[in-house]
Write a protein that binds this ligand. Structure first.
Ligand code: SF4
Length: 319
């Protein structure tokens, strides 16, 4: 698949209202369905697509949480081998779509990213341990740097913002990659993303900067490959107030020469207030952006870090 206009997100089909669950029902999640205007949602039900039918016998995960067996809940049929093979093929096909993220059903023995229940024995005996669903495990093996989330992550502002910052940055990366291996395009991408990467992981941002700066025509393909691996690693780190403050200070120093003294002091005070938990990120980003506009720095004001997509905001109900 080439560059998508919108991020491409794999979604457990039952979360979109498809009646594919073992009992013939669905688990429509309004927070997931509400993503439709922003993203290309690719619905997937690994169990139904494995030919298990709807309705079907429920599945339990049993045994070692690091490598559980998939047993039918009532009859105790061990389907581990056949499902692992089918899920492996599905994961390969889906990874080939180059999705930007997957949002999968929590607690499902197939789809859960980290909240599947793994019972010590069947039929359901003992306290279940948390584990990964079998399909999610195959997807993670096939696409280790793909952001995986459960629908419950969309119900909490910070994990949701963290996920969508990754998603939208990856979408921009995919668009930039269409002109690879031009070294100037790699530098331009980094220049545009620098604030967001500083706000996530300053030291990885500096290593990315070195890769982009040293890319030369003869070895540009290799630079793009190294950059992508490190970019995906950086995007896996959740930002903190400290890392965001680093990015904001970088923006402030870029603006300093264009601002009067009182604006500079107000901006510094605003960043300190954010660092101390007295302001939200959205507030200080908006203030920085307004000063960038006053200073005539539309390039900075429109930078994706200062002008985030509504889904990237951390306030409850921001999107
Ligand atoms: S949780 Fe996954 S396997 Fe189960 S019904 Fe939903 S999409 Fe299908």
């Amino acid at each position: 698949m080439g560059a998508h206009d919108k991020p491409c997100i794999l979604v457990s089909a039952c979360l979109l209202g498809d009646p594919v669950r073992y009992d013939g029902g669905h688990k429509l999640d309004p927070a997931v369905a509400a993503l439709a205007p922003w993203a290309e949602l690719v619905a997937v039900c690994p169990e139904a697509e494995a030919g298990l039918g709807v309705p079907r016998e429920a599945m339990d995960l049993v045994g070692d949480p690091a490598g559980p067996r998939a047993m039918t809940a009532g009859t105790g049929r061990d389907r581990t081998k056949e499902l692992a093979a089918v899920f492996r093929g599905q994961a390969a096909d889906l990874a080939a779509l180059e999705p930007d993220a997957a949002i999968l059903k929590a607690r499902s023995p197939s789809c859960a990213v980290e909240s599947a229940r793994v019972y010590p024995q069947r039929p359901r005996q003992g306290d279940p341990a948390p584990g990964r669903g079998m399909f999610a495990a195959e997807l993670a093996r096939r696409a280790p740097l793909l952001p995986l989330a459960e629908e419950t992550d969309l119900h909490r502002p910070e994990p949701r913002a963290h996920l969508f910052r990754r998603v939208f940055t990856l979408r921009r990366w995919r668009a930039a990659r269409t002109v690879a291996p031009d070294p100037e395009a790699l530098r331009a991408f980094h220049e545009r993303e620098r604030l967001g990467l500083l706000g996530r992981h300053p030291s990885l941002c500096r290593r990315l900067e070195e890769i982009a700066a040293s890319a030369c025509t003869g070895a540009a393909t290799e630079a793009w490959t190294r950059y992508e691996a490190l970019l995906r690693e950086a995007l896996g780190h959740a930002p903190t107030r400290g890392t965001h403050a680093t990015a904001l200070q970088h923006a402030a120093s870029t603006l300093a020469e264009h601002l009067g003294r009182s604006d500079r002091e107000d901006l510094g005070g605003s960043i300190d207030a954010y660092r101390n938990g007295e302001k939200t990120l959205t507030e200080v980003l908006a203030f920085t952006r307004s000063l960038a506009l006053i200073a005539g720095r539309a390039d900075l004001a429109n930078n994706p870090y200062l002008a985030p997509h509504p889904l990237e905001r951390e306030e409850p109900g921001a999107a």
